[in-house]
Design a protein around this ligand. Structure first.
Ligand SMILES: Cc1cc2nc3c(=O)[nH]c(=O)nc-3n(C[C@H](O)[C@H](O)[C@H](O)COP(=O)(O)O)c2cc1C
Length: 409
């Protein structure tokens, strides 16, 4: 390892909007289910994000914040809209930026990945999720007027985020959420201007980007999280992803976070079946990012799989990615960035229990991390001794408890 490789992670990165990220570590978005019942981010989220900020990430991306009050991905998601208390957003932003890093809000709508019991879900077309999850119903197809309204909601949420201290937003266009549903030839079966051809499917994303830019101005960060593919026959493909990235670059995006998979095939958490050469490099989507590098000049952030300081340095030194997106490693090691920046060689452990069944593991992993986040938010040490049954039972019980917070409708 050359000295320059050692220091490369400490190099600042200037994004097209002019904002400078002080180093190459980014905390990837993590839905923590810790907002107040009102949807305001409260002291739990502020405490947790202060810990992450002090851990040294140059960029912090919040877990997904909903753009519509009654449309949650999970109970206790935060919502930023006209009813949100600005002081709560200010405290959240101040905590997330307390160590001098930049922080942006991931803005999202679940579409058909909305949990049951909160009214009918909506999607580009009335196509139900094809996964063994009992949580999701058949969505209703959105009308043109509703689509226009939703674009305005993304812009309003972004405006609230930056007016109250965040440095910008990330559009959640990955993991099967609403924007990804518009991009998907399987979920989007519309024959109007919002579907049909590739450009029809990309229109919702591009209109959201234009409305958000109009709302927050040229100097704030707009990032997008995009799937490299949905991993379904006839679905959103590598080629679609490259074409989408090129459209986003032309439309003035600042940063592209590369991930992959949906609730139907949760590759973002479980990782791809990979060749040994890819396993050695740890990150699931690095090969695709390298392909993307030849097709767009967008600054890239690759999320998923990074565990060792060696692989992190190598990925940035080789130019495969500009930023390292880390989610699970920052649960037990929130100060991983500072430690690596100080020269330590380390490997974050995969501490969550596993069952070897892909769909069970996706829920198990999320539940385990959510349980640790709740402990961190209460200044407790992580509990690493919890096995799969305990974790699943506690996760299901929390979902049940939180779902009753809001009533039905
Ligand atoms: C508990 C948990 C919650 C997550 N929530 C989100 C989210 O709100 N938005 C998102 O884009 N990705 C979310 N992810 C995915 C991560 O951002 C990341 O893509 C994935 O965990 C792979 O990175 P890792 O191997 O560093 O964990 C979540 C992951 C976990 C474990």
């Amino acid at each position: 390892m050359h000295n320059s490789d050692q220091n490369i992670l400490a190099q600042p990165l200037a994004l097209p909007c002019g904002t400078v990220i002080p180093n190459r570590f980014a905390k990837a978005p993590t839905s923590e289910h810790l907002a107040e019942r009102s949807g305001d981010p409260g002291t739990d989220l502020a405490t947790l994000y202060r810990i992450w900020s002090e851990g040294g990430s140059g960029l912090i991306i919040t877990g997904n914040v909903m753009v519509e009050r009654r449309k949650f991905e999970a109970p206790r998601n935060p919502v930023f809209d006209a009813k949100t208390n600005p002081a709560a957003v200010q405290s959240y932003a101040a905590a997330a930026k307390s160590a001098g890093n930049k922080a942006i809000v991931q803005i999202s709508h679940p579409g058909r990945q909305q949990q049951r019991g909160r009214g009918k879900s909506v999607a580009p077309s009335a196509i139900r999720l094809d996964a063994p999850w009992p949580l999701f119903g058949t969505p209703r197809s959105l009308t043109g007027a509703e689509i226009a309204d939703l674009i305005g909601r993304f812009a309003e949420t972004a405006r609230i985020a930056v007016e109250n201290g965040f440095d910008g937003v990330e559009l959640h266009a990955a993991h099967g959420y609403l924007i990804n549903q518009f991009l998907s030839p399987i979920v989007n079966q519309r024959s109007d201007e919002w579907g049909g051809s590739f450009s029809g499917r990309a229109k919702f994303l591009l209109e959201v980007l234009a409305a958000v830019r109009e709302a927050i101005g040229p100097e704030r960060i707009i990032a997008a999280k995009l799937n490299s593919a949905d991993f379904q026959r006839g679905g959103f493909s590598n080629e679609d992803s490259i074409a989408t990235a090129q459209l986003l670059e032309a439309a003035g995006l600042d940063l592209l976070e590369v991930s992959g998979g949906t609730y139907e095939d949760p590759q973002m958490i479980v990782g791809l079946q990979r060749r040994q050469s890819t396993i050695d490099r740890e990150a699931y989507f690095l090969e695709f990012a390298e392909r993307l590098r030849g097709e767009t000049k967008l600054p890239l952030m690759v999320s998923g799989g990074f565990r060792s300081s060696y692989a992190m340095r190598a990925a940035v030194a080789s130019g495969s990615t500009y930023l390292l997106g880390l989610a699970r490693p920052l649960t037990l090691m929130p100060d991983l960035p500072n430690r690596v920046l100080a020269g330590e060689s380390l490997r974050a452990s995969d501490a969550e229990p596993r069952s070897k069944i892909k769909f069970v593991d996706a829920f198990l992993g999320s539940s385990w991390h959510n349980q640790q986040y709740a402990r961190m938010a209460s200044h407790k040490q992580p509990a690493t001794d919890r096995g799969p049954f305990w974790t699943l039972a506690a996760g299901a019980a929390k979902l049940q408890r939180d779902a009753t917070l809001y009533g039905r409708g």
